[in-house]
Design a protein around this ligand. Structure first.
Ligand code: SF4
Length: 347
């Protein structure tokens, strides 16, 4: 049986309400101002954490990054806050667990060009940015060799030639890192080139930025995104209802007004959303924000993240219980990504 990983932590006297952190400046300023020091993160939240060597190693391998807009939704003085647990390195990250590896989806075997992953028929994925606004401790790409997949503009043309030459590809997926961490000028240039590929029908963007820095959804983004001839789908990544505040809702309203279909994928995470009430509240809150629940992923076995795992039997029981509570359109599909399979595998 897996138990919750304890955090060595002492709480100071805390204020009853979480303070609202100022998020001055535009999204790029907020991106520069992210918290990068785990001790500073804890200081902001009134937590006094004893750092184990595993947690330090985790931070060295995959550094803490937390935007202030996200920080403002974390409860002060609560070491088990479900948003904090997504971003705070723990000692368990240093555990060497059998079956947990650096490249759990074997993506390195499916990169025909730098910055391009082509695994599934009909769609291809572009690593449009090597960075994220937030570093999620369970991320399956936490060891991804971004340095080898950051093409120059000239290399991008060769990568796009791959898409131009294969008319079975109807959908371009922008991923990363987080593609929306890229400047608008760069994104506009990329989307303009994708628009010009006649057999492409859809543009899908996988991003967490409208959630963690809602100001990212600004006029400049809506101009290049709304101007594309492609059908636009944005797959957000939200694991807990507490991540959706009014600023996130407002960003979603703007995206929908620009013709973007909003979907969500979550990861089932021990100690964060592994109970029926939390999953039901997430689906309800997503729908209120205009986002359809799409996938609930079981954890990809990436090294450093084993403490987040929820066993398959328990995951199925949770989803069965959720089905008793929710309307069908609020139900995410429980899936696993299996290396070598040509689509996600339903559990
Ligand atoms: S935002 Fe997405 S890609 Fe970036 S660390 Fe989090 S899960 Fe991984």
């Amino acid at each position: 049986m897996i138990t919750r990983t304890p955090i060595a932590v002492h709480c100071e006297e805390v204020e009853p309400e979480a303070p609202v952190f100022d998020t001055p400046g535009d999204w790029q300023q907020q991106l520069r101002d992210v918290i990068r020091d785990p001790a500073e993160l804890c200081r902001h939240l009134g937590l006094d954490v004893e750092w184990s060597s595993g947690a330090r190693r985790g931070h060295d391998l995959f550094p803490v990054r937390v935007p202030l807009a996200y920080l403002s939704r974390i409860r002060r003085g609560d070491p088990n806050d479900p948003l904090l647990r997504q971003v705070l390195p723990l000692g368990a990250e240093g555990d060497d667990v059998r079956g947990y590896v650096d490249d759990p989806l074997e993506e390195r075997d499916h990169t025909p060009r730098p910055g391009l992953i082509h695994k599934y028929p009909g769609r291809a994925l572009l690593i449009a940015s090597p960075t994220c606004a937030i570093n999620c401790r369970y991320c399956f790409r936490r060891h991804f060799p971004y340095a080898d997949n950051a093409p120059s503009m000239r290399e991008w043309e060769r990568t796009l030639d791959y898409l131009r030459a294969d008319d079975s590809i109807q959908e371009a997926i922008l991923s990363g890192g987080d593609p929306l961490a890229s400047p608008d000028r760069r994104m506009a240039a990329l989307v303009e080139r994708l628009d010009a590929i006649p057999h492409l029908k859809r543009l899908r963007i996988h991003t967490r930025l409208p959630v963690v820095i809602p100001d990212r959804v600004d006029d400049a983004l809506l101009e290049w995104l709304g101007g594309s001839r492609l059908q636009k789908v944005m797959v957000l990544h939200i694991n807990h209802a507490q991540e959706i505040d009014e600023a996130v809702v407002a960003a979603c309203v703007r995206l929908k007004a620009a013709g973007v279909t909003l979907l969500n994928q979550s990861v089932l995470l021990r100690g964060i959303n592994d109970d029926v009430d939390t999953l039901a509240a997430l689906s309800e809150r997503l729908f209120e924000a205009g986002i359809l629940p799409y996938y609930l992923h079981v954890l990809d076995p990436v090294s450093g993240a084993a403490h987040f795992d929820v066993p398959d039997d328990e995951a199925r029981d949770l989803v069965d219980a959720l089905r008793q509570r929710l309307a069908g359109f609020l139900m995410p599909r429980l899936v696993r990504e299996v290396p070598g399979e040509r689509s996600k595998t339903p559990l």
